[in-house]
Design a binder for this molecule. Sequence first.
Ligand code: PLP
Length: 377
Amino acid sequence: MIYLDHNATTQPAPEVVAAMSDCQNRIWGNPSSLHALGQKARALRDAACRALAALLNAPPANILFTSGATEAANQILLAPLLKPGARPRHLVVSAIEHPCVLQPAALLEAHGWAVTRVGVRPDGTVDPQAVADALRPDTALVSVMLANNDTGVLQPVREIAARARARGVPVHTDAVQAVGRIPVDFEALGVDFLTLSAHKFHGPKGVGALVFRDAKTLSPLLLGGSQERNLRAGTENVTGICGLAAAADLARRRMAETAAHTAALRDGLQAGILNAFHCARVNGADAPRLPNTLNVTFPGTDAITAVMNLDMAGVAVATTSACSTANRQPPYVLTAMGLSPDDALASLRFSLGPANTEVEIDRVVTLLTDHLSCHHD
Ligand code: PLP
């Protein structure tokens, strides 16, 4: 199989599987237990904090492990609702956030909150000034992702955070697609909360993290134990956390090399497609993008049919993020950039990883020409 769907998930690295297996086999204690086996498990969890902190330039004490980015984002957005006597306030999100931000935002709205959804420019970027203009005296949070899952477009989160924080408004960034692929510096970004999932950078599924600036600004979503300093109840997924730490170590060591490799292949794929399909358009081409992501509209085609045909030919690609494929709606990220619903439904996402090769990319271009013919070609 030629796997070009790394934004959906990535294969766990052998080092990750080895670290998890070692944890399961030898250090399977409960980190809350006082005895030696429990304390060894706690030490693994604490070492994982240091590994992730080193990748993100964040204080190790300001990391909370969760079941993934979805839970982490839900905790940041929804926990204020659960506070006794909390009054509805105002939230600013970008229109191209992942559903793990957009759906909690809609729930807050249903509970009387005001939500401003800031649109994007045609190149797929959020305008920091538009975010600043949306702020109100009662704004409780701004949430803008670091890299978009569908287009790979990088967002000016640093500028957004500077403007919001100057007005005393905390900022969350969903860094799921960026972590492990490009340098992500929590301190330099100046955000208050950053969320991530291990399986997007060769770690296991079902484990992620929430990085925070000040524990006092967080509330637990899960209640029933004092784990994670009372910020998330439930016995820690130590095995998953060990896998996340191993993936963070690998990412730190290999990121530059992997980014150069995937960027070269991605640029080759883009050039090959544009050469073969004169009607093809690259979404987000004018903006800074993740090195591994390419989103292309092939006007007049049906992307879902293309995905299925390519799958039968041994190539895994996507129409949009895995979470949205079931509903067959035009990808909202693309329509927010100004694409018509038909063009959005004619768009494919190619997301590359370290194991892809030039031979694979050439084969994909050939297969695309076999399976797709867009208007005017
Ligand atoms: N945020 C973004 C940008 C994503 O791409 C994803 C997964 O596709 C998530 C959040 C959710 O991650 P998870 O399903 O691991 O919680």
